[in-house]
Design a protein around this ligand. Structure first.
Ligand code: SAM
Ligand code: SF4
Ligand code: F3S
Length: 470
């Protein structure tokens, strides 16, 4: 079935002359252009930024992490909470001085905020020195947009509304290390009442499984040892397309690729996570024994108002099944505190669910009204102080659970993948996603090792390396 979302080869080829125009622009000025990219938000944005870097590198850009040295400063933004937006506005505002000193620098804003209704107008009004603004659906047209922005005196704004596209064969520059992001689908159809993502990322659409498998094979050949499959709701992979391959089958096919690597996936929506998913994880030893399964609230009343499509009992049943089927599996989750109309009783239900499940860790968010979403219109009588007090209570409960879980691991010998360095320590990741700090040389990064857990802190484990495996 032809994919209506797929950007045609012809359309992609249309970008080549624009790449040449950007090269010519900098050749004339006898310089190698430098780009500084700031990425906010989720892994989808991190992956998008890797593709933006790919497109820029193909043109001839090199990269810097210093705004002062850059010819292009680009913000890839997130709109999920007001706080994320405020940070971007603050950061962009702070560049006014750089633009005054070096008028030739091009400041660009892209991503979910740029795609959001009304934000382009706000940017235009408050930050007229921003030279390029583009939305999530036109990323593959970056060469064209850059060429236009460099040649024009007026800012270029390109934020068309769209159900979304799939652009294949976009070059990619991945961040160094042994971990790789692999998008398998884009967009979201769930319209949880608090969430802006469906409005800024378009409809759910899945990549052809053969394309995903090919990219996974290439990643393994290139030496990546930790591959995370990305989508807002990976469990509805292929629902719209009828590829005949659903998420569990895709996972299994990826695990059949020869090589020594771990596969992770995120995010799973509880309404679409099936028993078959956990049966598959149990069969496939390359799949991480960890699942990020956002529950958002422990109260059925609030879950309904959130339009989540499951009850707390559905959620708990799934966790029970997963634990029976995949021994040792760990869970992390997202939860929103202070959703409009959340009562003390509703909140107690959230605390109770957190205690019952025993998450390895939690991403906790205070409800942030997003303009244009139904929840932003709902009555919200609870005071900010009360919400903040609930938030703190939740943090304390989870902290205790995490500490207990980590303390129980002291003395165990486990296999980790050494992912990188953080300060003085190497960081190894256990299959269930916990981090172990280790002493050692950078040469060990990318290797698997047997380690002994020697101590546990609030969020981290410390260990010593017993044996390097591969
Ligand atoms: N698709 C994923 C899912 O459904 O679980 C999550 C996507 S969202 C980018 C990440 C998290 O942000 C959500 O799970 C939710 O907890 C949080 N979030 C989204 N909108 C929010 C809002 N308006 N206020 C507070 N937190 C929000
Ligand atoms: Fe947002 Fe819900 Fe879609 Fe997740 S599933 S991206 S929370 S609308
Ligand atoms: Fe991700 Fe933020 Fe967009 S969480 S999908 S970058 S709104």
């Amino acid at each position: 079935m032809p994919d209506i979302h797929l950007v045609t080869q012809q359309e992609l080829m249309r970008q080549a002359p624009y790449e040449e125009q950007v090269r010519a622009y900098y050749r004339l000025r006898q310089k190698t252009p430098k780009a500084c990219i700031h990425t906010f938000g989720c892994q989808q944005n991190v992956s998008d930024s890797e593709h933006i870097k790919g497109l820029l590198a193909q043109i001839g850009y090199v990269f810097t992490d210093r705004d002062e040295q850059a010819d292009l400063i680009l913000f890839n933004t997130c709109a999920v909470r007001e706080h994320a937006e405020d940070r971007v506005f603050g950061n962009v505002g702070a560049l006014k001085a750089i633009k005054r000193r070096r008028p030739s620098v091009l400041i660009a804003v892209c991503g979910c905020m740029a795609q959001q209704k009304g934000v382009a107008e706000r940017l235009h009004a408050h930050f007229p020195f921003v030279g390029l603004v583009f939305g999530t659906h036109v990323l593959y047209r970056l060469p064209e947009l850059l060429a236009k922005a460099l040649q024009s005196r007026a800012p270029v704004y390109e934020t068309p509304e769209s159900d979304g596209v799939i652009a294949e064969d976009i070059p990619v520059v991945r961040d160094a290390g042994c971990k790789a992001w692999l998008p398998i689908m884009y967009g979201c159809n769930n319209f949880c009442t608090y969430c802006i993502v469906p409005y800024v990322r378009g409809r759910e659409r899945s990549r052809d499984p053969q394309r995903v498998l090919q990219e996974a094979r290439e990643l393994v050949q290139q030496g990546y040892r930790d591959i995370t499959l990305l989508g807002q709701n990976v469990n509805s992979y292929g629902n719209a397309e009828g590829y005949g391959v659903r998420f569990p089958q895709l996972l299994e096919e990826i695990c059949r690729i020869p090589g020594d690597f771990i596969v992770r996936f995120m995010t799973s929506h509880p309404k679409d996570a099936t028993e078959e998913l956990f049966d598959t994880i149990a069969r496939c030893s390359k799949v991480s024994r960890h699942c990020h399964l956002p529950f958002q609230s422990g109260s059925d009343r609030i879950l309904k108002r959130m339009n989540r499509g499951y009850t707390r009992e559905d959620y708990l049943r799934l966790i029970r099944y997963a634990r029976q089927t995949v021994p040792g599996i760990t869970f992390t989750s997202d939860v929103i505190v202070g959703f409009p109309g959340e009562t003390e009783e509703d909140f107690e239900q959230t605390l109770d669910l957190v205690r019952q499940v025993g998450f390895a860790s939690l991403y906790t968010f205070l409800f942030s009204p997003r303009p244009g979403t139904p929840a932003a219109q709902m009555e919200d009588p609870t005071s900010a102080e009360e919400k903040s007090a609930r938030f703190q209570r939740l943090l304390r409960v989870q902290e205790e659970i995490s500490q207990q879980q980590l303390a129980q691991m002291v003395g165990q010998q486990r296999t980790v993948l050494i992912e990188g360095r953080s300060g003085d320590y190497l960081e190894g990741r256990l299959p269930e996603n916990k981090i172990v700090r280790l002493n050692g040389e950078d040469a060990l990064i990318g290797k698997q090792a047997v380690v002994r857990i020697t101590s546990a802190g609030n969020y981290l484990l410390a260990g010593e390396i017993c044996e390097i495996l591969s």
